[in-house]
Design a protein around this ligand. Structure first.
Ligand SMILES: Cc1cc2nc3c(=O)[nH]c(=O)nc-3n(C[C@H](O)[C@H](O)[C@H](O)COP(=O)(O)OP(=O)(O)OC[C@H]3O[C@@H](n4cnc5c(N)ncnc54)[C@H](O)[C@@H]3O)c2cc1C
Length: 430
């Protein structure tokens, strides 16, 4: 089979850089002259655009049927960017001037669609990467994919992981879950509180999503409670006429993080009051220090705290176990609920498909080397969007990656322009 493939591709490669060969009805192998990027979210798009601007073609592979599937298919309707637009734009193209400071999810998706159009990025959709491995004998990455149309293996010199920190929903195992009988969804499936009108809903997890889902439920006349089992930093989204994030970044230019944290906590106390009084105790270390040590993002309040203060949202401790239509908490109390929304976060899926153990940690699927050094691995392997710094981090990574690949692209391109020779080198080793 491999010999047939090599003979066939030998003839094709000289004329068609993306030459491919059928291995029967359902298996093909495709040579990609530039990098293969896995994932067509904002990070993958940013990497493809930066490469394109440098004249390096790439191939983007996406498991779902659209770009930015997290935003299009897995987020609630009322979502707006948590950070001001200037901190969320991708390289080489700003947000439209008439977009608000915090664009809505629909506006962000529109921006990403025009971004893809402007840089002529056309991902291969509905194709999931199931494994990617560097073949040391060949000196190339072999990227295996599946789709309804059959399996395809892509062979390339550079591989860019852009599958994100939020590739898979984290669903905790809760004792008695099978007894509950009510509606139980992860936030990735939650769209709007309209379906929970008049119902008692328990939201598990008090990050930005959990807090915002509670607010949405209140606004749709349902009766939400929020499980808070850990300490949490809640900051107003804006302070002193500026975004809290922007102000923090500006202050960090002049002051040490400890002082900026103290400032943020004093101003938050003035604006929000003592959050501990409402069952939301703060961690011992400040919000920015905590973010850089553990990656835990502070909650930027958009109105949820007022609803907690007014009693419209009740705070509950950790869950002990679920019973039929009710929840037993660790303090021994039992309460009836119609539905549970799990705002329990997401995780990377890199360890499931990338066969290497140097660059990425098996444990959390993130690069082992911390920001700003986690973007580059061995043998032409790169990572974009795993910095725990949102879209800003993805922009920094994609520029670094494009600069790096451009440096060897010209040399490699010369070498690969004698592409009709490459099947011979593969043939020697297969
Ligand atoms: C509710 C919410 C709000 C947020 N708000 C902000 C904000 O305001 N500002 C900010 O900076 N960040 C925000 N973030 C963080 C957000 O994750 C990033 O901004 C952004 O979506 C990350 O882009 P990404 O491309 O790295 O990952 P993703 O957007 O997750 O894209 C990864 C893509 O890879 C695809 N994929 C995964 N596995 C495979 C595979 N095996 N094969 C092929 N394709 C695969 C996925 O389908 C997906 O399309 C928010 C996150 C959430 C959940």
């Amino acid at each position: 089979m491999a010999d047939n493939y090599l003979r066939e591709i030998e003839g094709k490669a000289a004329h068609d850089p993306y030459c491919s060969v059928d291995f029967g009805v359902s298996k093909r192998c495709v040579w990609v002259p530039g990098p293969v990027i896995v994932g067509a979210g904002p990070s993958g798009l940013a990497a493809a655009a930066c490469l394109k601007a440098k004249g390096v073609p790439s191939l983007l592979i996406e498991r779902s049927s659209c770009i930015a599937s997290l935003w299009q298919l897995k987020t609630y309707d009322r979502l707006k960017l948590h950070l001001p637009k200037q901190f969320c734009e991708l390289p080489l193209m700003s947000f439209p001037a008439d977009f608000p400071t915090y664009p809505t999810k629909q506006q962000f998706i529109l921006y990403l669609e025009s971004y893809a159009k402007r840089f002529e990025i056309r991902p291969v959709f509905d194709r999931a990467v199931t494994s990617a491995e560097f073949d040391k004998k060949l000196g190339f990455w072999r990227v295996r994919t599946t789709a309804a149309a059959g399996e395809v293996e892509y062979v390339c010199r550079w591989l860019i992981a852009a599958t994100g920190e939020n590739a898979e929903s984290v669903v905790p195992e809760i004792e008695g879950a099978e007894e509950f009988g009510g509606d139980m969804v992860h936030t990735s499936e939650y769209r709007s509180g309209s379906v929970y009108k008049g119902k008692k809903v328990l939201v598990v997890g008090c990050g930005n999503s959990g807090m915002e889902v509670c607010l949405d439920l209140c606004n749709h006349s349902s009766n939400p409670s929020l499980v808070v089992r850990d300490t949490v930093h809640i900051l107003p989204r804006d302070m002193l006429g500026r975004s809290t994030f922007g102000l923090s970044m500006w202050l960090l230019k002049w002051l040490p993080v400890r002082i900026v944290d103290r400032f943020l906590l004093v101003v938050s106390r003035v604006i929000l009051g003592d959050t501990g009084r409402f069952g939301l105790d703060r961690p011992d270390i400040g919000p920015l220090q905590l973010k850089s040590l553990s990656g835990k993002t502070p909650v930027l309040d958009v109105g949820t705290l007022d609803k907690i203060k007014s009693g419209d949202i009740k705070i509950r401790p950790s869950i002990e176990r679920l019973r039929h239509q009710s929840v037993e908490f660790v303090d021994g109390s039992i309460e009836n609920f119609d539905a549970i929304v799990l705002a329990t976060g997401y995780k990377s899926n890199v360890p499931c498909w990338l066969k290497e153990n140097e660059m990425f940690s098996e444990k959390d699927g993130l690069p082992r080397r911390p920001f700003p050094n986690g973007w580059k691995g061995q043998y032409g392997l790169y990572a974009v969007g795993f910095t725990k710094r949102g879209l800003l981090g993805a922009s920094i990574d994609s520029k670094n990656i494009a600069d790096d690949i451009e440096r060897c692209w010209i040399e490699e391109a010369k070498h690969l322009s004698t592409i009709s020779n490459w099947p011979y080198s593969i043939q020697k080793h297969i």
